[in-house]
Write a protein that binds this ligand. Structure first.
Ligand code: ASP
Ligand code: MG
Length: 411
């Protein structure tokens, strides 16, 4: 007998019919003798609807109150799923995040989990109940409702699995595992062959951070930190093994050097031109961005010439305007000649632990871009990834071309 945490995303609980299917799947795991904790998202489209409603009240919704509104989506699904389970004779009990309690910091709309008290859930499990917990939400030390950022139910599930020392955390989604890239961009027939049975934790971390929407990045970080056994499976089909995220690297030499292609449109580039080339400038620029709680991704500083240098970096698109304003405010103290930017860019990345032992992978990527006439604006690399910033209108083309260049069709 094992303790399993299962998480079902918005599509999987998108209609009463689908919730009933989830109940059946949970009942099956329980019939196999497992203790089951279920984490659910809001029904598909619901969180977007709530965000839109909030924006009708306030241009910039008050973060505390926005969380009060957003957390309702998941509260509906936990109750409905508990009913569906009871209806087929499975004892179950639903809990909101604060009831469990999932303690978070007080960064509303992007809170981090500090601690989860497993006591209540363990008591229920012992009594033979399925425990259902609302994903995406928690409670601050002051008792306010918080949410964990979009896609945060994944993180809820992994954090619960860690707190309860579960044997496995299963993320059920509408794709049957992790793909080499997003099925919406590269046509499915090519991809069907490419569903992976395993992916290394590091690769998954890169893909998640690079915009692959399969798992929220924090959930992957959490899994790494607490060594949670994590699996991504399809909730729409039966029987597949999905993709297991492994902590040992695959020694298999035939494994593709590039394991996946990620892309991300949530990017904007800021340029600060002609700043003084002296100590403290990078700190002045990026420190002020960090103080505004804006996450910087790619950074380039040129070698200085005639005492000045150019500085470029990327931020999430939603933070573009604020960052531009910040830089314009600093323009004089930086001695900058010009501040400008572009929020019609995207980042496309290749990822694979195999890159460590293969040279020329980046060059191959750049050649593929060149052959398509796609201009590269920025480049960043790590041991296991290469990312390029390009015009967003080439995003799909670049992804498709790279998928082919690195032989992922036959993976
Ligand atoms: N319902 C939330 C969202 O749409 C959380 C989640 O689904 O993971 O982002
Ligand atoms: Mg999700």
């Amino acid at each position: 007998m094992a303790l399993i945490v299962q998480k079902y995303g918005g599509t999987s609980v998108g209609s009463p019919e689908r919730i009933k299917n989830v109940a059946k799947r949970v009942a099956k795991a329980r019939a196999e003798g497992h203790d089951v904790v279920v984490v659910v998202s809001a029904m598909s489209g619901e969180t977007n609807r709530l965000v839109a409603l909030a924006h009708e009240m306030q241009e910039f919704p008050d973060p505390r109150e926005l969380d009060v509104v957003l957390a309702t989506g998941e509260q509906v699904t936990i109750g409905l799923l508990a009913m569906a389970l009871k209806d087929i004779g499975v004892p179950a009990k639903s809990y909101t995040g604060w009831q469990v309690a999932v303690q978070t910091d007080d960064a509303h709309t992007k809170a981090r989990i500090d601690h989860i008290d497993g006591g209540k859930m363990r008591a229920d499990l012992k009594e033979g109940r399925v425990v259902i917990v609302a994903g995406f939400q928690g409670v601050t030390a002051g008792g306010d409702i918080s949410t964990l950022g979009r896609g945060g139910s994944d993180t809820s599930a992994v954090a619960l699995a860690a707190a309860l020392e579960a044997d496995e955390c299963q993320i059920y989604t509408d794709v049957d595992g992790v793909y080499t890239t997003d099925p919406r961009v590269v046509p499915l027939p090519a991809l069907l062959l490419a569903g992976m049975s395993t992916i290394s934790f590091e690769e998954m971390l890169e893909l998640a951070s690079l915009g692959s929407k399969v798992l929220q990045i924090r959930s992957v970080e959490f899994a790494g930190k607490y060594k949670v056994r994590l699996r991504v499976l399809s909730s729409l089909e039966d029987g597949g093994e999905g993709t297991l995220i492994t902590f040992e690297e695959d020694e298999n030499m035939e494994q593709a050097v590039v394991k996946g292609i990620a892309f991300d449109k949530n990017q904007a580039r800021i340029n600060v031109r002609g700043v003084s080339d002296k100590p403290g400038i990078a700190y002045q620029i990026l420190g002020s961005v960090a103080d505004a709680n804006i996450e910087v991704d790619m950074i380039i500083q040129n070698v200085g010439a005639q005492g000045t240098t150019d500085f470029s970096f990327t931020v999430p698109r939603g933070d573009y305007k604020q960052t531009l304003d910040l830089m314009n405010g600093l323009k004089d103290s930086l001695g900058a000649a010009e501040v400008n930017g572009d929020d019609t860019v995207c980042k496309v990345s290749i990822v694979g632990v195999g890159m460590r032992s293969h040279s020329g992978v980046a060059a191959q990527m750049f050649r593929a871009m060149a052959e398509e006439g796609i201009n590269i604006q920025m480049i960043s690399t790590s041991e296991i990834k290469v990312s390029v910033l390009i015009d967003e209108k080439y995003m799909e083309l670049a992804t498709r071309v790279l998928h082919k260049t690195f032989g992922l069709e036959q993976a």
